[in-house]
Design a protein around this ligand. Sequence first.
Ligand SMILES: [Cu+2]
Length: 472
Amino acid sequence: MSSSFSRRNFLAAAGSVALLTPVARLLAEKTAISDGSTRPFIPPAGTGSYKPVITPNNASLPWKMVDGVKVFHLVAEPVTHEFAPGLVAECWGYNGRVHGPTIEAVEGDRVRIYATNRLAAPTTVHWHGVLVPSGMDGVGGVSQKAIQPGETFKYEFTLKQHGTFMYHSHHDEMTQMQLGMVGMFIIHPAAPAGPPPDRDYALMLSEWKIEVGARRPDPNEMTDFNVFTFNGRSYPGTAPLLAQVGERVRIRIGNLSTMSHHAIHLHGYNFKVVATDGGEIPVAGQWPETTVHMPTGSTRTIEFTAGEPGDWVMHCHMLHHVMTQMGHTFGNLIGINPEGLDEKIRKFVPGYMTMGDNGMGDMGTMGMKVPPNSLPMVGGPGQYDYITMGGMFTILKVREKLTGDGDPGWYQSPPGTLASPAEETDLKRDGISFEAAVAKMDARTGRLAEVCAPNAPSAAAKLKVTARVKTA
Ligand SMILES: [Cu+2]
């Protein structure tokens, strides 16, 4: 990916592109490729110091100082984007990325942000939560003329606050934001209250509708989204977050999903929500949480100290949001008995096999072929078993010692700290009997009716069902 400033010949080329018809212009556009790599932008020395945030699977937008002004260049353009290995789609983004790179600056900075439009449609850029003069607010029609294809607009303002904000298109919002035209905008404090956190992450939440096998996200979708992302990536495409034991970790989360709020849940720790895009929350107003509610159009910043080492998952707790494309529209087959049915259907559909009668958990391991350019419905192989979550899912990997920024692999639980099959001696010692655990429900009331005797037919039937689940 070339930086925005390496596209020196672009401005000259943009003028000629603008003269073409829309279709010819689309053909003339060079589509950028977004590879989901994380590359930090290290600010030049002596130009305002801050510790850069880490945007997993993305990067920060480079800038340069010109006569005391921090100058950025955003380029709105078509981007071929990989959501996870196996799913690539034609999106719209900024500077060759989906989402756009993170803008970072310092409270008090004068910033000048050029926005070049390489799309075939007009656009604008809105600075979400950033306090700016009205004419710099980037709302098409209200605060400015839209930026036409080939044009470059200039936004300039002084940053009067610090915190976690966002930027996004504010023209034909449904289409442009749903195709990926969003990004994070971090303003570091001029006078920090304390030392910066050891790890400072930025994550943008989004949702998409990509028909199985299609290459273009459908921006007209209103309810039935099927791809859910952290920084434009679905698990197993999401890069893990890393921390060492004892480090202070900050995660800045923004949500610009078209329709959904998200309930972002972190395992392993309690955290506090310390700020929103409206400002910092006074210490007395912060309360401990394990799940942060993320309304669309908002940011929440959470902080905690990494304690217990391990692989701690962080995911949306709205359970369709940890499934991918093929997990949402199945008929409900839970509990049906497919015996006999499969043979009958196979007469008409050779090789037919009923799936989903025991849930979706096995779907990833059945060796089912997925259609070209689509993700299987669930996650990916884990250390011990198949991981039955995908989508808006990532892993916080906390280790006693990390060497570099690479994935440290799976956590190896010390002896005695790993859930494992119960031993016969354990069961005996603690008086755990299998028969007592097979409870019978009263069919009429739905309440627990009795505990089955070991030889009762209903218990035997349940045993058979259990056995079938285990060997499925
Ligand atoms: Cu969600």
